[in-house]
Design a protein around this ligand. Structure first.
Ligand SMILES: Cc1cc2nc3c(=O)[nH]c(=O)nc-3n(C[C@H](O)[C@H](O)[C@H](O)COP(=O)(O)OP(=O)(O)OC[C@H]3O[C@@H](n4cnc5c(N)ncnc54)[C@H](O)[C@@H]3O)c2cc1C
Ligand SMILES: C[S@@+](CC[C@H](N)C(=O)[O-])C[C@H]1O[C@@H](n2cnc3c(N)ncnc32)[C@H](O)[C@@H]1O
Length: 615
């Protein structure tokens, strides 16, 4: 992508300080922005005192900008955080800066250098949606909603203990200070939340007071005479907070279970993992796996889910040594509608500029090494070594994964809040846990009835002889493995057999032959092997990720279909955060899309009898 295709920068520079091209205002005080951040926002929210003794603390911000406030916050958190505590930050930004622009702005303060380096190295892109900056070094995460303030606040499911209200001056940008936005801030607040801002404009004071904050003026910083600090006075009827430190059990050691274990560990919660046959024994044990989003031309909520999931997955896999076998993939045109579908996807703001690009037949042919139709190049797709991913996220298998088939999960006592008990095949108690996450693919349906899953058997074939190709999709796929090429795969609904079938290998060769005949000819003459597994799919081809309706403490992450390596890391973060009472990285609408109770809820809305109840 050329510089001309990029959206214009929202900033101009004056004596090394950024100013908004759109609003004409400065991002922070020209006197000393860091001192102002500390005085207005940290002191205004009583930080760091407010987090003393807290296990989890959440800060929200309106107007991420250069990240200066958040860098000042993280620097203070690094010095003063309670032992074992975790910080979640949520911030919203409609006109994102690039990492280089933020680094340039933050370079003015040497005391922020190490935090600024961490943040700018993981800086969010411009795609509309939630972006997560992981900061394990500081036991913190920053979720940046790249969208309008009101949209971001509506989509976020957290409850902040402190708010930094940092829009441009209400005289130049009244839109971001309107009552609707301030009401959302109040609705996304924890009991007694504090809010701080540099402006004492009457409209802002009135909006805060109307939303339930007690507002006070305080001595200002630098040239500003006064600033505002506020405290939420009304009671908060938020969702019940999860246990901060639950005893956790995970059933299943595929990519779903491994992603869960990782997500809990980053929140400081250790989980016990059980698997009937060991890590990667199921569908996650292929010689190679493609991580790519499902391409929905409608670009509605499912497309947003896959785009965010792919972004999360790519970021996390990138940090695992040896996990990435190859980068990029090519979706070849297979029908007359594909050209317009691909160009709609490439133009969509759900992806980074240049992440998806339509390419013509000559370039597609050059990439796959034989005559090919035009296609869509997916720059952020990856081919992964599943063993490397599972190895790092699960830890050494013999120590971290208990080898046992869980035959039943039942309450260990009376009442809806009793802990859970995992029973083995002989009826013996394997473990007791406050929270159980079942990530056992089709095995999940054996433990929780009524989830409505269908098995889809798949056989892929592979050759170890080297065929250096680009990962290509054409209905079927052909992707590089460490030694050769993996191709296929078959889709047979209702079939749970794991026996390789010669006929299915022929089907795989035919599928490759229809799109890439030269590759098929080379594969036909090579020594081939097959790999079979069963996908877990659902009625709407979207995953099941959430608590089982009516069964508190029992959660599922399954139904990942053909996209487990794309979906699992984000959905695991969603489950883990929600369970421990931290804000989820998943916007509301996307969480609803994957809620396991959605089928029953839809049936109830249509006045139909509910499907079979979970038992
Ligand atoms: C041929 C084929 C090719 C594929 N290619 C890709 C690809 O390229 N990219 C991609 O993203 N996806 C691909 N998929 C889909 C992908 O494999 C799945 O989406 C993903 O692996 C599902 O992960 P999981 O952790 O949910 O399930 P699994 O990996 O199947 O793990 C479930 C685990 O639960 C254990 N278990 C089950 N029941 C119990 C029980 N009662 N007690 C204890 N343990 C239990 C099993 O032993 C198993 O280890 C492919 C699938 C197939 C079949
Ligand atoms: C004063 S600056 C924030 C400075 C920032 N906190 C920092 O530390 O650099 C205001 C920010 O709000 C953003 N903004 C303005 N209007 C917005 C809107 N309607 N929704 C979301 N963000 C908006 C601007 O792009 C800008 O980054």
């Amino acid at each position: 992508m050329s510089a001309a295709d990029l959206p214009p920068s929202p900033v101009t520079w004056e004596d090394g300080a950024p100013r908004s091209r759109l609003h004409g205002d400065v991002y922070f005080s020209r006197d000393n922005g860091l001192a102002e951040s500390r005085a207005v926002f940290l002191n205004g929210c009583d930080l760091p005192d407010a987090w003393a003794g807290r296990r989890r603390f959440t800060v929200g911000e309106v107007g991420f900008g250069t990240g200066l406030n958040i860098a000042a916050l993280l620097e203070a958190w690094g010095r003063t955080r309670p032992p074992g505590a975790h910080l979640s930050v949520f911030t919203v930004e409609a006109f994102p800066l690039t990492a280089d622009e933020a680094a340039r702005a933050l370079a003015a303060w040497p005391e922020l250098a190490s935090v600024a380096r961490l943040m700018t190295a993981r800086w969010p892109g411009r795609a509309r949606g939630f972006h997560r900056i992981d900061l394990p070094e500081l036991a913190a995460v920053v979720d940046v909603a790249v969208m309008e303030a009101a949209d971001g606040l509506s989509a976020w499911d957290g409850a902040a203990d402190a708010w930094f209200l940092d829009g441009f001056s209400p005289t130049v940008d009244p839109h971001i200070w309107r009552q609707e936005v301030i009401d959302l801030v109040a609705r996304r607040s924890a009991e007694g939340a504090r809010a701080a801002t540099y402006t004492v404009a009457g409209s802002v004071r009135r909006a805060l007071a109307a939303a339930g904050f007690a507002v006070a003026k305080a001595p200002g910083h630098g040239r500003k005479r006064q600033r505002l600090q506020a405290r939420l006075e009304r009671e908060v009827a938020g969702p019940a907070r999860g246990r901060s430190d639950p005893r956790m059990a995970i059933i299943g050691a595929g990519v779903a279970g491994a992603s869960l274990r990782r997500a809990f560990a980053t929140l400081g919660v250790e989980a016990v993992v059980f698997d009937a046959e060991g890590p990667g024994a199921g569908a996650s044990g292929a010689p190679a796996a493609l991580m790519a989003p499902r391409l929905d031309a409608g670009l509605a909520a499912p497309a947003a889910l896959f785009a965010q999931a792919a972004r999360t997955a790519a970021r996390l896999y990138e940090s695992i040594p040896g996990a990435v076998i190859a980068r990029g993939a090519l979706q070849l045109e297979a029908g007359p509608k594909d050209a317009s579908r691909f160009s709609a996807i490439a133009r969509s703001d759900l992806f980074e500029p240049g992440e998806m690009s339509p390419i013509g037949a000559p370039e597609a042919s050059a990439r796959v090494g034989e005559a090919a139709p035009p296609g869509l190049a997916m720059a952020s797709a990856m081919v992964l070594d599943p063993g490397a991913v599972l190895g790092v996220w699960l830890g050494p298998a013999t120590q971290s994964v208990a080898r046992a088939r869980v035959a039943a999960v039942e309450r260990a006592g009376e009442g809806p809040s009793a802990p859970w008990r995992l029973l083995g095949e002989d009826g013996a108690v394997l473990a007791e846990a406050d929270v159980v996450c079942i990530a056992a693919a089709m095995g999940t349906g054996d433990l929780v009835q009524g989830l409505g899953m269908t098995p889809v058997r798949g056989q892929a074939s592979f050759a170890d002889a080297a065929h250096p190709i680009t990962a290509a999709l054409f209905g079927a796929y052909a992707i590089p493995t460490r030694q050769g090429v993996l191709f296929g795969a078959t889709h047979d609904r209702g079939d749970r057999s794991l026996e390789p079938r010669p006929a299915d290998r022929r089907r795989n060769l035919e599928a490759v032959g229809a799109a890439l005949p030269e590759l098929a000819r080379a594969l036909g003459g090579a020594s081939l092997a097959d790999w079979c597994a069963v996908r877990a799919t659902t009625g709407d081809y979207l995953p099941l990720a959430g608590q089982v309706a009516g069964r508190s403490g029992l959660w599922v992450l399954t139904g990942l279909g053909s996209r487990g390596f794309c979906l699992a890391p984000l959905l695991a973060e969603h489950l883990a955060s929600t369970i421990v009472g931290s804000p989820s990285p998943l916007p509301h609408a996307l969480a609803a899309l994957v809620d396991p109770g959605r089928f029953a809820a839809r049936a109830a809305r249509k006045g139909r009898p509910r499907p079979e109840q979970p038992s």
